[in-house]
Design a protein around this ligand. Structure first.
Ligand SMILES: [Mg+2]
Length: 205
């Protein structure tokens, strides 16, 4: 185990459990999230929901405006209502089908006095269900979900670095290079790009 690491920041989907898809866009999780977005969009727009959704995703990528914020602007729904409508219907038992992180591994990290934080781009309604299903919720010192930042995970990395000061003692672990790895690396933090739990185990050996 790398003794210098004092704070491990874990992404959730595709990191603490395997998505088993060549890309995030091809995963069962994304297919269902997209389907629920299309349902919601068809309630307030006369334009084909696929077109509106593609436009909202593009806006998120280019202008850092999350899809949930765009829907919030376009409807009378709050961002929280958008999260609940999209995520409440998701069932972990239908999404988390492949390799899952071993709870005892996180228990061991905690025994070594490491701080463990979850940082996900998805809302608390999903994070809670997924962590409970994985039986690992109690190991996290903090759980940071989409409600707690606006534009991207980089906001949280900035905040954490101000608190922890030494980037060498922090590692960001995740499956998405643009959100989990690049922004952490640019601040000098350690990073670990994974395709699932097995890559996490090898990082900490
Ligand atoms: Mg992920």
């Amino acid at each position: 185990m790398k003794s210098r690491i004092e704070l491990a920041i874990f992404d959730l989907d595709g990191t603490l459990y395997e998505l088993w898809a060549p890309t995030f866009g091809a995963s069962e999780l994304w297919k269902r999230v997209k389907m629920h977005h299309l349902d919601l969009i068809s309630d307030f727009s006369n334009i084909h929901p696929e077109i509106v959704f593609a436009w909202l995703c593009d806006r998120e990528k280019k202008e850092s405006v999350p899809v949930s914020v765009s829907i919030w602007e376009l409807t009378n729904k709050t961002r929280q209502e958008v999260f609940e409508l999209i995520w409440w219907k998701l069932k972990p038992e239908e999404i988390i089908l492949y390799e899952k992180i071993k709870p005892e591994f996180l228990w061991e990290l905690k025994q070594s006095w490491m701080n463990i934080l979850l940082l996900t781009a998805w809302p608390v309604v999903w994070a809670d269900k997924a962590l409970e299903y994985l039986q690992i919720k109690s190991f996290f010192d903090a759980i940071i979900t989409a409600e707690m930042y606006l534009h991207g995970k980089w906001e949280v990395f900035d905040r954490l670095l101000r608190e922890w000061r030494n980037p060498n003692t922090i590692v960001s672990i995740g499956d998405q290079e643009h959100s989990d790895i690049t922004p952490a690396q640019s601040l000098g933090m350690n990073t670990c790009l994974v395709t699932g739990p097995k890559d996490i185990y090898s990082f900490f050996i």
